[in-house]
Ligand binder design. Structure first.
Ligand SMILES: *Cc1c(COP(=O)(O)O)cnc(C)c1O
Length: 428
């Protein structure tokens, strides 16, 4: 499968090259050249397939012959190695829980898939590749875990000192081996800026790549769980509406790709916190990125969502067509807290702040008689312990995955300027 840059100024790329490069040379993000619908037969009989078989069917056209079928099946099986349960919270609404993986956020899926692809592509290369990633919280842990032990791959994670939760910090600073954490004296944007500068620095001759959601190998496997949910629901409910708590808009863009492959999804709702660039765009047709604002659903504090351009491409840049299939609404922290309480009072379900924003999106959109709403529960409530225990009368039990890291010793190098990162990369 070939990929083109959405800036249209670089030549087409193979899957391998798109994974290894991350971004095209013209700084555009990659998009698949050709999208084939899956057979009607497969969609209609989806209940006959295991999750591993479904994931393989969904991803294979995007990899083509660049990874042998048997190897790709193995990669998919390692990626989809946990459950994706649907939990009903209302008569016509269910949470799709994406947090049963090793770091308890949906990012485990993309990180594990990408790590294995990169390891495969680099297996005959004597030079190591360095994955540089800036995190505001969940990405760091998922990437650290997904890439742990990957041969020929070094991972450097930059995170803002004091701005990630204790659990998130432990998840990204305690694994060792090929994973190094840099604790940056600054905010997330500073980390991101340092990563961007490194990519443009000609004195760094190592192969650098990015593991942010712009990488096609992190983005595309996120289609899998839309199919899994459909498999569970399609016999009872015809018209499915998905609400996706959105920050960089990679997850919802994967859902729209699933629809493009033929998955019958009636409508998408992109639910955001007060970082409302996309909801505003749908209202007035003007795309105005702005600096991000801090909220209690902090994994979605993004002012210029990097995957939105892919969504526009999927609708041929036709705003009216986009509006028919896609809505986007923004919610405040007060509304989010009130909704966490409402969901808990009605059903006893403990939603994390991101999931609550997703639920709010379904309520705002409204569900007609024959419609069924699914909101993505993107992280386990334990990852936002202060907010959850401060809002609901509950004590969140610490799951085994978290217990495993919580008492490990943090190891992180300090960095305050780009030169610190550069020195670190040059001596490694
Ligand atoms: C990353 C993240 C999001 C946002 O996902 P995007 O693909 O960037 O839109 C939402 N919720 C949680 C918990 C996350 O970690």
């Amino acid at each position: 499968m070939n990929y083109y840059s959405l800036h249209h100024k670089s030549p087409k790329s193979t899957f391998k090259n798109a994974v290894v490069e991350g971004l095209a040379k013209d700084r555009g993000i990659y998009f698949p050249d050709n999208i084939q619908q899956l057979s009607k037969d497969f969609i209609e009989n989806i209940s006959d397939y295991t999750n591993h078989e479904i994931a393989y069917e969904v991803i294979k056209q995007f990899v083509g012959d660049e990874i042998p079928a048997e190897k790709l099946k193995e990669i998919v099986a390692n990626t989809v190695s946990f459950d994706f349960p649907l939990v009903k919270v209302d008569d016509n609404i269910a949470a799709l829980e994406l947090f049963h993986g090793p770091t308890m956020a949906f990012k485990d899926v993309g990180a594990k898939f990408m790590a294995q692809c990169l390891e495969y592509f680099n297996k005959d290369n004597d030079d190591e590749v360095t994955v540089l990633v800036a995190t505001s919280g969940d990405t760091g842990g998922a990437v650290a875990n997904g890439f742990l032990g990957a041969k020929g791959v070094n991972v450097v994670i930059l995170y803002p000192s004091g701005k990630v939760s204790d659990i998130q910090e432990k998840q990204l600073t305690t694994l060792g081996q090929n994973i190094t954490a840099l604790e940056v004296d600054g905010v997330f944007d500073d980390c991101q800026e340092m990563v961007k500068t490194a990519f443009l620095d000609e004195e760094i001759t190592k192969t650098l790549t990015s593991a942010n959601s712009i990488n096609v190998a992190r983005w595309l496997p996120q289609m899998f769980y839309f199919f899994f949910a459909y498999k569970e629901l399609h016999k009872k409910h015809k018209d499915l509406i998905f609400s996706v708590p959105s920050g960089n808009f990679g997850n919802i863009c994967a859902g729209i790709m699933a629809q493009k492959l033929g998955l019958p999804i009636k409508h998408f709702v992109a639910s955001t916190n007060v970082n409302d660039t996309v909801p505003n765009y749908l209202v007035d047709g003007v795309y105005k990125p702005k600096p991000s604002k801090a909220t209690i659903s902090n994994a979605m504090d993004v002012g210029n969502p990097s995957n939105f351009i892919r969504i526009q491409e999927l609708f041929n840049n036709d705003l009216d067509a986009l509006k028919c299939a896609f809505s986007s609404y923004s919610f405040s922290d007060d509304e989010t807290r009130a909704t966490m309480k409402e969901i808990y009072a009605n059903s006893g379900y403990v939603a994390d702040p991101h999931g609550a924003v997703g639920y709010l999106g379904l309520k705002k959109h409204g569900l007609k008689e024959n419609e069924f709403g699914v909101f993505l529960e993107t992280a386990h409530p334990v990852k936002f312990l202060d907010v959850v225990e401060g809002t609901l009368p509950v004590k969140v039990e610490i799951p085994a995955q978290i217990k495993k890291v919580i008492n490990n010793k943090k190891v992180a190098y300090k960095a305050s300027t780009y030169q610190d990162l550069k020195d670190f990369l040059l001596k490694k």
